[in-house]
Design a binder for this molecule. Structure first.
Ligand code: 8DG
Ligand code: MN
Ligand code: MN
Length: 372
């Protein structure tokens, strides 16, 4: 790739759509790399460093105007406006990109053996940064061949992760998602015709592809959603490779790649679905060609629905920041289950996302605007 052909302004241009908007396609970096590298390293202050990079990158992506020179960085929070070593670091990287079209520092990270191996290993379903780091540092492993060859003991989930590595690292396309949505919807209806199914995650934010498909399942009457997940899974059982119930769902989240505050107690299933390619390609009719796809099903009671919707739409950074804002500025604890006053413990029920924003005295942001 000829880096110099890319205009710096394109690299830093606002993302119009969502995470996979036009500017990312043109740019050399997604904006995630520096954050990811910090989390991979997992050393002292890694989380704070990762957050600083995420904030810097989010600021650039959300900026309404093109950034073309150093002057444009001056008034940006977490970059030119914030006076800290970490903000200074973000500014330095941004300036390098502005003048060179790329950053030597980021290039070094991307081309480094550590980042490459960590990226490979954490791409395995069931492997988080902690295990990946151990493999890299303690066992000297570098490639997937090493994982296969070294007689490593893998959990059942991890062995599925290895078996379906390529599929699970191929993005799910919108058409594929739509197909699965219809099937889950049908199964929900068969279980109980009042069940509702709502698309969340990246696809709700308008992304055209994703690493998984996230669906909320609910019932208009509180409590009637209970126990329905097993029945839905039973209806679809021939289409599942794995239904996640044996996995400790909190496991991955504790490995430092994700704020633990986003964990919740909903009945859920982090599954692997068997997507039959003939559903989209009639030429394959009758052939057993399929692809493994990650599917998350989350069951939520009606009175918590608006909060679950907000909490599961993402992005992770948006969730982290709105929760931090709620706590520090409004003295309100916000989760995917609800919201309560830090002092009085009073609960605030809400029927819609709009109401939640209102209660927090925030201007409403549509899902497509929650992409930072
Ligand atoms: P992608 O799948 O398209 O790559 O992106 P995404 O849809 O934004 O990411 P995701 O990993 O599927 O997470 C979607 C949202 O779900 C995210 O903003 C945080 C929220 N979330 C919770 N609880 C949990 C949980 O226990 N695990 C995960 N992975 N996500 C959770 O509220
Ligand atoms: Mn998702
Ligand atoms: Mn998910």
């Amino acid at each position: 790739k000829k880096l110099m052909d890319i205009q710096p302004s394109q690299l830093l241009k606002r993302k119009v759509d969502a995470d996979d908007g036009p500017s990312t396609k043109k740019s050399r970096y997604s904006g995630d790399e520096a954050e990811e590298h910090a989390l991979f390293r997992g050393d002292a202050n890694a989380e704070a460093r990762a957050l600083a990079f995420r904030r810097g990158s989010a600021t650039l992506k959300a900026h309404p105007k093109e950034i073309v020179c150093e002057e444009d960085l001056k008034n940006l929070p977490y970059i030119g406006l914030t006076n800290s070593a970490k903000a200074g670091h973000c500014k330095m990287v941004a300036m390098e990109i502005l003048s060179e079209g790329f950053s030597d520092e980021v290039e070094d990270v991307l081309n480094g053996s550590f980042y490459k191996s960590m990226k490979l290993f954490t791409g395995i379903f069931g492997i988080g940064p902690q295990t990946a780091r151990k493999w890299y540092h303690d066992l000297g492993m570098r490639t997937l061949e090493d994982v296969k060859g070294k007689n490593i003991s893998l959990t059942y989930e991890q062995s599925l992760g290895m078996e379906h590595y390529d599929d699970l690292n191929t993005p799910i396309k919108l058409e594929e998602a739509e197909c699965i949505i219809k099937m889950v919807e049908k199964a929900c209806n068969e279980v109980c015709d009042e069940l509702t199914m709502t698309l969340v995650g990246g696809f709700r934010r308008g992304k055209s592809q994703g690493h998984d498909l996230d669906l909320l399942i609910s019932h208009p009457e509180d409590g009637k959603e209970k126990g329905k997940l097993v029945l839905i899974i039973e209806k679809l059982k021939e289409h599942f490779i794995y239904t996640g119930r044996k996995m400790d769902v909190s496991n991955n989240l504790n490995k430092g790649n994700f704020a633990s505050s986003t964990m919740d107690n909903f009945e859920k299933c982090f599954s692997i679905f068997k997507f039959n390619k003939s559903w989209l390609n009639s030429n394959l009719e009758g052939k057993a060609e399929w692809k493994a796809v990650r599917l998350d099903l989350i069951v939520v009671p009606s009175h918590q629905f608006a909060y679950a919707l907000l909490g599961w739409t993402g992005t992770k950074h948006f969730e982290r920041e709105i929760r931090r804002y709620a706590r520090t500025e409004m003295k309100i604890v916000l989760t995917s289950h609800g919201m309560h006053s830090l002092d009085t413990k009073q609960n605030f029920p809400a029927e819609t996302e709009e109401e939640i924003f209102q209660k927090l005295q925030l201007e409403y942001r549509a899902p497509s605007e929650r992409c930072c």
